[in-house]
Design a protein around this ligand. Sequence first.
Ligand code: MSP
Length: 655
Amino acid sequence: MSEEKCKRVYITTPIYYVNDVPHIGHAYTTIIADTLARYSRLAGMDVFFLTGTDEHGQKIEQAAKARGKSPKEYADEISGRFKSLWDAFDISYDKFIRTTDKEHEIGVQKAFEVMYRNGDIYKDVYRGHYCVSCETFFTPQQLVDDEFCPECGRSTSIVEEESYFFRLSKYQDRLLEWYESRPDRILPKSKKNEVVNFVKNGLDDLSITRTSFDWGIKLPKSVDDPKHVMYVWLDALMNYITALGYGTDEKLMHYWPAKVHLIGKDILRFHAIYWPAFLMSLGLELPHHVAAHGWWTRNGEKMSKSKGNVVDPKEIADAYGLENFRYFMLREVPFGQDGDFSQRALIDRINSDLGNDLGNLLNRIIGMSGKYFDFSIESDGVATHHGEELKEAEEIFGSVEPYLYEIQTNRYLEELWKTLRIANKAIDTGMPWAKMKEGKEDEAMATIALVANILAKVSVLLHPFMPKTTQTIAGALGFTIDHESYLRLIREGALLERFKIEKVPPLFPRIEEPLVETPAEKAAKEEAKKPKNTEPKKGDAEDSSGANLITIDRFFEVSLKVGTVVEANEVPKSKKLLRLMVDLGEENPRQIVAGIKEWYAPDDLVGTQVCVVANLKPAKLMGMVSEGMILAAKDDDGLALIRPEKPKKAGTAIG
Ligand code: MSP
């Protein structure tokens, strides 16, 4: 976000696909946007905050079909789940748009018409590498070994389809000028080069209609080509202007251009290349910033339903407290970087940052002010007795805002926490209890008042992150957080004058153990409870715990051998796989493709020994044949290869 004092602030989240239920990644984008919107309102700006759901396209059509529903019925259901979650999370959106809204459809058709009329849209034939299984076209650069799908590894084929195209190539130079027009167009700034390089490599015109399915917005009547529906990204990106009434009732269009489009890094290209080009074609202003955050993973892995490692944001918020969860997400990860979600890290933040640093400080002054001054506080002596500390804290309060312009919420919070340290230290060195004994009541009062004022200011600046908790802290200090108190305490640097402190129940009770099980953990528990009903094979038995026992002959059906890694390489475009050549004492080494890239560098493997299942049927991974499997053990700390304790000749049988 920029520094210029702009009264109107338009903030958006991506609109979420309705082919999946909300998860922690969606919650993250929405919570960042909500925090920025709340901050802007507190600072007195006129904010419009948009979120919503993206409901067209083939994937959604298929997801609905799989559930025996019409696409609209299905979209209604999932869109409703997003909306209820944001309502439960108290997300302060001004509008929740759905791409099935009539006004949106009219607005998108209007935009298509404008771009068509000005010559930026033309009809041609799309020819591309198509993966039938993923139902997606890929560019030759995306393919693995010029043929295989980068998503599922299956073979692709060349398919032709009639399509309308947008003249993206025409906008290449203007896009490059736009990225250079200010250093923070794309946030984090480190992402700019990625986009610039992509554009410099040359832009192809973009296929923006489809004829292979129906669930999409039709072309405008004036174009009259009923076979086609709009490409879902054209439809979706337009939400940012149709929500303001573009093409229908334009009364909110004065909010345009957006201050910031908040998105995840996976959809940066759409927002930083296609979207500004569409806007240029429409003759509209471009957004001030496009800000792309990183991904949340579990134990370093992407979350997915099939892995059972998806984090349900509602469950976490219910267990740990919504605002604690908000604080954690915005404090834990630098904007733009990936973050690993763990309940341990969440618990540590709650116990340490919130409980020890913030909560205890409040308790300390409630206790002391009650004991010594009947809960009455006055700030008169703060400047005299704690001038240095006050100045240091005020400098921080006056300098944190720019971190939010760059969405560096972690830095912003880190800075605020420095003032809590100043406050804690002031108590430790000021020792109000000793001062009281020495009859220096003024000094004791000044220390308590310094801390109360620091807490008051922290609660104002923390308000957009933790709206209710901070209002409770402010309530305990006798004021309410609003634009007025923001101006007084932060902008003018005033102190609270005379006030009464009120007791509050503990804000951040200590948490010892993780409170939520992952779907995989739940499934494992369920499984453990079930009586074992697997038919034992002839000759098998059960041990006393009910586990299925096998005979030695069955064990020997598996051929396990010691192998020596003679070569190891990365697999192009794969985040997980390494290609190993393993000597098993045979004529030629075997090619084995193993999912160990996250834990082992290829060079460290060459010359080491591994244990190999040598009689597995060969399988194809990313278009490569894998002729065996390497044994490894994996737990929460990562993966370790199983190796012979002493070197053994390649091919030695294990058993
Ligand atoms: N419908 C498109 C956006 C259209 S905007 C005009 C879309 N939807 S999505 O539901 O798949 O993703 C929405 C957002 O959630 C993206 O910004 C994406 O980066 C974010 N996340 C999805 N999974 C995520 C994580 N595991 N972690 C963090 N955010 C991730 O894309």
